[in-house]
Design a protein around this ligand. Structure first.
Ligand code: NAD
Ligand code: IPM
Ligand code: MN
Length: 349
């Protein structure tokens, strides 16, 4: 398995180092036959060379790699996020990774922030549309810098794009024994795009008579998720709402340091990254929680057909959290690298 590794910026570098450590440990013990190739694409690289992603790089990744692992992007020296737009959004858009798969599971009762709820009460999956919506970059400035300035930012949805993510959510529910898909939008205020999502959801849901299909406006969804997360199974939503709802989901998992994600096009090379950003103030301090990145390794291994290893990694992380062999954000005292070492030790045992 040939994997591309793009650590990126800030704590992306810190946590990717630990995710790679876990991958290498697994490879040593279970002979996965891994070949890891690192790419320097980051704010540092951009500022030093003017290059974000070299021409043809995504073609190379699509043709010659089995999966991509990314850390995080964002650096105060690049305020317009030009490099992140090219690298992170570039990967999502150019590789057409239309499924942003963000499972929300809480691994330990101690991490549940909701009074009266345990870890078992938080177990749902968010499918975020990943190639359209308000992320398409259509818009612009008019009379920029004057008192009459106008800025526009289009929210674009296509029938094909909406249909494929909704169908993916239903087929995932069917395959994994989940019983209910909630589609969330803001169709009361955003009629055109909302209407397309509503009609498509109604049509696709008819193909899955065994799976419950219901709708919540995204504001109401946010309320329900923290009032009682138990009824939620599968949530499907657009790019922007999926971004926001999965940070809320991360809080239910114990924080951004615990949340993992996959950017997937079924059957093609896909990209895996923790949900959190580059947290520049934590960079290099040893405070970043590597578990989100390590759980992302588990998602990637599962996607690549190594289910047993994926389960072993997730169990090892859960055991470390329970034993407080973890960083301070989840109640431990270990450094980034010591927390990952604790996972490796459990994998060895
Ligand atoms: P962030 O996720 O980087 O950090 C927000 C806060 O969450 C941190 O201050 C910290 O308290 C906590 N946190 C996040 N990850 C953690 C970890 N692994 N361990 C412990 N605590 C953790 O979000 P932000 O501060 O809004 O953004 C910082 C930069 O990252 C910005 O440039 C933003 O655009 C970018 N960003 C990138 C990605 C990505 O690359 N996928 C995702 C989100 C934000
Ligand atoms: C995420 C991030 C990105 C997004 C940013 C960095 C563009 O917040 O992956 O969740 O909004 O998709
Ligand atoms: Mn986000």
């Amino acid at each position: 398995m040939k994997l591309a590794i793009v650590p990126g910026d800030g704590i992306g570098v810190d946590v990717t180092r630990e995710a790679v450590k876990v991958l290498e440990r697994l490879d040593a013990r279970r002979s996965l036959g891994l070949e890891l190739v690192s790419f320097p694409w980051s704010a540092d690289h951009y500022l030093a060379t003017g290059e974000t992603v070299p021409p043809g790089a995504f073609d190379d990744l699509a043709r010659n790699y089995d999966a991509i692992f990314m850390g995080a992007f964002g650096d105060p020296r690049v305020p317009d996020m030009k490099h992140a737009a090219d690298i992170l959004l570039g990967a999502r858009f150019q590789l057409d990774l239309y499924v942003n798969y963000r499972p929300v599971r809480c691994l330990d009762d101690r991490l549940s922030p909701l009074k009266g709820y345990t870890a078992a009460d938080v177990d749902f999956v968010v499918f975020r549309e990943n190639t359209e919506g308000s992320y398409v970059g259509i818009g612009g400035h008019f009379k920029k810098g004057t008192p009459d300035e106008v800025a526009t930012q289009e929210d674009l949805s296509t029938r094909r794009g909406v249909e494929r993510i909704i169908r993916h959510a239903f087929s995932f529910a069917k395959e994994t024994g989940r019983r209910r898909v909630v589609m969330s939008d803001k169709s009361n205020a955003m009629r055109f795009v909302g209407d397309l999502w509503q009609r498509t959801f109604a049509e696709v849901s008819r193909e899955y008579p065994g799976i419950g299909a219901s709708h919540l406006y995204v504001d109401a969804l946010c309320l329900q998720l923290i009032r009682d997360p138990r009824p939620f199974d599968v949530i499907v939503t657009n790019n922007m709402f999926g971004d926001i709802v999965t940070d809320l989901g991360a809080a239910l998992q114990g924080g951004l340091g615990m949340a993992a994600s996959g950017n997937i096009h079924p059957g093609r090379v896909s990209m895996f990254e923790p949900v959190h950003g580059s947290a520049p103030r934590y960079a290099g301090t040893g405070r970043a929680n590597p578990f989100g990145a390590i759980l992302t390794v588990a998602l990637m291994l599962e996607h690549l057909g190594n289910k047993e290893e994926a389960v072993a990694v997730e169990r090892a992380v859960a055991a470390c959290v329970s034993a407080r062999k973890c960083t301070s954000d989840v109640g431990g005292e270990l450094s980034t690298s010591a927390a990952a070492d604790a996972v490796c030790e459990r994998l060895a045992g």
